[in-house]
Write a protein that binds this ligand. Structure first.
Ligand code: PLP
Length: 447
């Protein structure tokens, strides 16, 4: 089978069509727990966890059995007004119980993270219509943030590469600087000072635009795709406080961080904050069947349900909102996440992996920073440690490191000048050691 030929017909997401997909593509044929096997029979530790989502590992019998059982009973039915199937209610109840601490009262389902973010942005606007302040339409978000690829999520996203070919974007999307100790416009290296800068910028921006024009602040508790950026511990609490003082809704995009990846069931919970809206996907069904969800707290549920006229009508939803197979997969996945305490494991094994990787900073001139929280980690590759200048992604160094690690039996992912890791949350300590060793050897080979 000639995959080099076959891949020509398929536009890989996030790839250069002009390059003709000439780089070797890893074609995965099988999954097995924390491992995958490619079409040539190479077995590799899945340090990418599919795409930050296969949190319970591949081919778990419990999840497959739940999907097969549901397939035998009802493989699809819709959930538009007045129609349902039992599992969609079971999953809605389960999620509200899991996030009772955040006062989550309602859920809408979609097929993935982009749906979850788009739904969140639209429902944030509807909240303000229902609450009698329809002038609140603008969104605040962070540079380097990633909120999927629909038009709203693209517009609030903080990385220009997703904007260039798709404008004009949604008006009224305002970007703020990222609370990133390693690179920030103030050259600030002190966590509390950095938070103070970011909060001052947030307050100034709100004052400039007028709080009466701003619907919501949306951000990831730990930025994933934008470079694995872990904010200082007090940042989210300070943001919540500013949002509260200005009436602004807080949307946590937990598409990656939800269901345990950072070492806590929610990334925002780990920061001590309860958002108004949660965007969930990836770990909710661990990749077995596509699923996304957007959850709303009591403030939003009550305003929309008690609104009058059109403002109480939820004219939003998808053919696949609450797909029965996705609900079955999700319920089985959530059983595993809770019974095996995967957030706890992610915290412990993630900390161990971080400690194994940190010495690379001293060992290699190109490794500028090693960072992470739970089982989301990255190596930040630089041309010069002092200036922290990122390696030019077009030179492909991070991709060569990832390729060298793959040849040593560990899959990791190159994103721009970073090597990123997001393995299943079932990762064992000895597998974390395998990842660290493969990366050390890969860097020796490439440097
Ligand atoms: N939000 C975040 C934080 C993400 O990382 C992603 C995907 O990586 C998305 C949204 C979009 O999710 P999807 O690719 O399932 O549409």
């Amino acid at each position: 089978m000639n995959y080099q030929q076959r891949q020509k017909r398929f536009w890989h997401p996030m790839s250069s069509a002009a390059a003709g997909h000439t780089t070797p593509t890893v074609v995965i044929a099988q999954g097995d727990g924390n491992y995958v096997v490619d079409v040539e029979g190479h077995r590799m530790l899945d340090g990418v966890g599919g795409l930050w989502n296969v949190n319970v590992g591949h081919n778990r019998p419990e999840v497959k059995a739940a999907i097969a059982r549901q397939m035998d009973v009802l493989s699809y039915y819709q959930t538009f007004d007045g129609v349902a199937h039992p599992l969609v209610y079971d999953l809605a109840d389960r999620l509200c119980a899991m996030f009772e601490q955040e006062d989550m009262q309602r859920v809408m389902f979609g097929s993935g993270g982009s749906d979850a973010c788009e739904t969140a942005l639209k429902m944030a606007r509807q909240y303000w219509v229902a609450a009698g302040e329809p002038s609140r339409t603008k969104f605040l978000s962070l540079r380097n943030g990633y909120h999927g690829v629909h038009m709203g999520g693209t517009s609030v996203g903080g990385n220009g590469v997703y904007h260039y070919n798709h404008g004009p974007l949604l008006p009224g999307c305002i970007l703020l600087d990222t609370p990133w100790l390693y690179r920030n416009p103030w050259d600030c290296e002190d966590a509390e000072e950095l938070v103070a800068h970011c909060i001052r910028q947030l307050e100034d921006t709100i004052a400039f635009h007028g709080p009466q024009t701003i619907a919501a602040f949306i951000a990831e508790p730990v930025q994933g795709a934008g470079g694995l950026i872990v904010p200082p511990a007090t940042y989210w609490r300070r943001v919540r406080d500013v949002c509260d003082r200005n009436g602004i809704l807080l949307i946590a995009d937990e598409v990656v961080t939800g269901f345990g990846r950072t070492g806590c069931m929610l990334g925002s919970r780990g920061w001590g904050v309860a958002p108004d809206i949660l965007c969930l996907a990836k770990g909710i069904s661990a990749g077995y069947v596509p699923l996304g969800a957007t959850m709303y707290n009591r403030r939003i549920a009550e305003a929309i349900e008690h609104g009058s006229g059109f403002s109480h009508m939820v004219m939003h939803g998808y053919t696949y909102s609450g797909h029965p197979l996705a609900c079955a997969a999700s319920l089985a996945v959530l059983d595993i996440v809770e019974s095996e305490d995967l957030p706890g494991n992610a915290g412990r094994v993630g900390q161990h992996l971080l400690e194994q990787l940190q010495p690379l900073e001293q060992q290699f001139e190109t490794v500028g920073d090693v960072r992470g929280k739970g089982l989301m980690l990255a190596l930040d590759l630089v041309t010069d440690k002092a200036s922290r200048t990122p390696l030019n992604p077009m030179e492909g160094f991070a991709a060569r490191v990832a390729d060298a690690a793959r040849r040593r039996g560990v899959l990791v992912r190159a994103i721009a000048n970073k090597v990123v890791m997001s393995p299943p949350l079932t990762l064992k300590l000895e597998e974390a050691d395998m990842m660290a060793l493969a990366l050390r050897e890969a860097l020796h080979e490439c440097c």
